[in-house]
Design a protein around this ligand. Structure first.
Ligand SMILES: [Fe+2]
Ligand SMILES: [Fe+2]
Length: 264
């Protein structure tokens, strides 16, 4: 089975890019399933039911979230109605929303969940390593394979999670930094790993936000709004080939597709 995994979708430019171009990419590359992190989909911070549905309609079958999960103020009331969306699994259990997704494609069942890292991250969450052990154990008998997203700031915490789950899941992949890493590979136990998928949004930016505002904040320390940028929009992530019999990875390949790569 071939999957396209996409990094954080940023704002309207990210959503519009997927609506306009995802289906042709999927067709051309014979992709069975598309997953993405949607934590920055609405105005760059959080997600709403409306934006989640827009992304779903564009062809993203499963949407994960991160530390910005509750940034849009009514989303806690909307998330339970969205069966293709899950919130991080190691948030307090009283938080609304599904903590995992089980998706079925042509008779193959895939389990998917996200854990938040704890180093340089805001939310107070349970141990991501213990949580991932628990959820993998709960999913392994009912799913043909499992994917685990580690939404975290540091590459060391992400890479540690990769080795922790190696051989038990098809892939461990990172999100949150909005910058793709060039370390995609198959680990010794057979799981694919990439520290960060990058983002789906405008790259003439600082992590998807307007350059002058972000730069100004660093230069003079004054607070200012950092709106979502517009230029050089594209999608970043990876193409993952999974062996459904073993539940492990066969290959993983970086995806970095931008408007300037489009035909015509
Ligand atoms: Fe993000
Ligand atoms: Fe994040």
């Amino acid at each position: 089975m071939k999957l396209l995994l996409l990094g954080d979708i940023v704002g309207r430019p990210g959503r519009n890019f997927l609506t306009a171009h995802l289906s042709s990419f999927v067709e051309k590359n014979k992709i069975d399933l598309v997953l993405a992190n949607g934590e920055n989909a609405a105005g760059g911070a959080g997600i709403t039911a409306k934006t989640a549905q827009e992304i779903h309609k564009a062809g993203v079958m499963g949407i994960t979230l991160g530390d910005h999960v509750w940034d849009q103020k009514n989303f806690n009331n909307e998330i339970d109605g969205l069966d293709f969306v899950c919130r991080p699994a190691n948030l307090p259990s009283t938080n609304p929303g599904r903590d995992r997704l089980i998706l079925e494609v042509n008779g193959t069942k895939l389990g998917l969940f996200t854990v938040l890292g704890r180093t340089f991250m805001g939310p107070k969450v349970d141990c991501p390593f213990a949580t991932s052990d628990r959820v993998v154990n709960e999913l392994k008998d009912s799913c043909d394979f499992i994917l685990v997203e580690i939404h975290a700031e540091t590459t060391s915490e992400k890479e540690s999670m990769g080795w922790h789950l190696d051989g038990r899941v098809a892939m461990i992949y990172g999100t949150h930094t909005h910058v793709p890493t060039a370390d995609g590979r198959i680990l010794r136990g057979g799981s694919a790993y990439q520290s960060d998928l990058g983002m789906t949004g405008p790259r003439e930016s600082v992590l998807g936000r307007e350059i002058d505002a972000c730069l100004g904040r660093f230069k003079d320390g004054m607070p200012r709004k950092c709106p979502v940028a517009e230029g050089d929009v594209g999608m970043q992530g990876c193409l993952l080939q999974v062996n459904q019999q073993t539940g492990l990875a066969e290959s993983v390949e970086l995806v970095n597709w931008r408007e300037s790569d489009l035909p015509g």
